[in-house]
Design a protein around this ligand. Structure first.
Ligand code: IPD
Length: 263
């Protein structure tokens, strides 16, 4: 795919941050880990990856705004564009030596995500998409899964940690959905869950109580791969509600119905 200069910049920044993370992976004793809240960790690896991405992106496009998991929000001179960045999605996996984590970078224009990059550096899988140009993993064009029977379908979710208020609804979602499908996975990296829906590895994903940086890049990947994305509560904005359903066309209606009954 012949992506824009912005997409190429995002891919370059994700690779650079990914290299730094690979160096720190399984070096947990040197990573100065601290808890931001119950079950919510940050380390030198997250902070360094965000520093690298910010230097690349803000250095090249100083007028764009910024929203990063570790450094928060900063306005730019151009109020229509901002980067939305999770330097290390799946921090808990990373800190346990589990090779399932990723860098996630999105570009938003007038409130809409127009490009997204998710880099799984441990597996060297670079997922990227740009509005109207499709979604890819490395050189391969992505399509959501063609499975249409719920009973053959698998889904992923995140189980809210640290006593979050979204836990009871998520447990009810699981109780209702499990008997109707082939299984539910909980891998611990929302960005990769969305990338995997785009890649057709699972039919759908939902999560309650997540942040814009966890899902921004993944949302455009799913859409450009032919999937659907909406907030759990119908009509709400995905970012504002902090909840998301993403799935192929065939399973989306049933998945959404089950989740909305619990809302
Ligand atoms: C977390 C992961 C996890 C999801 C959590 C997120 P982080 O992001 O995406 O899968 O269940 O809600 O906070 O903290 O590792 O960047």
């Amino acid at each position: 795919m012949q992506g824009s200069a912005n997409l190429n910049l995002m891919i370059k920044a994700a690779r650079k941050a990914g290299r730094s993370l690979v160096k720190d992976f399984r070096e947990v004793e040197n990573l100065q880990v601290s808890a931001k809240g119950p079950g919510d960790f940050v380390s030198k690896a997250d902070r360094e990856a965000e520093r690298i991405i910010k230097e690349e992106l803000r250095g090249a496009r100083p007028s764009y705004g910024w929203l990063g998991e570790e450094t928060g929000e900063e306005d730019g001179e151009d109020p229509t564009r901002r980067w939305i960045v999770d330097p290390l999605d799946g921090t808990t996996n990373f800190l346990h030596g589990l090779p399932h984590w990723a860098v996630s970078i999105a570009l938003e224009h007038k409130g809409e995500v127009i490009a997204g990059v998710i880099f799984d550096a441990a597996k060297d899988e670079m997922f990227y998409a740009e509005k109207g140009l499709g979604a890819y993993m490395n050189e391969t064009r992505l399509r959501v899964s063609g499975r249409h029977k719920m009973i053959e379908s698998i889904f992923a979710t995140g189980v809210p940690f640290g006593g979050r208020s979204t836990l009871p609804a998520t447990l009810q979602d699981l109780a209702k959905l499990m008997p109707q499908c082939a299984g539910v996975r909980r891998w611990g990296a929302a960005a990769l869950d969305l990338a995997y829906v785009a890649a057709g590895r699972y039919e759908g994903y939902w999560e309650r109580g997540i942040n814009a940086w966890d899902m921004a890049a993944g949302l455009i990947l799913v859409k450009e791969a032919g999937g659907f994305t909406e907030a759990v509560r119908e009509g709400r904005s995905i970012f504002e509600s902090g909840s998301v359903i993403a799935a192929n066309a065939a399973t989306f209606p049933t998945l959404a119905k089950v989740l909305r009954e619990n809302d």
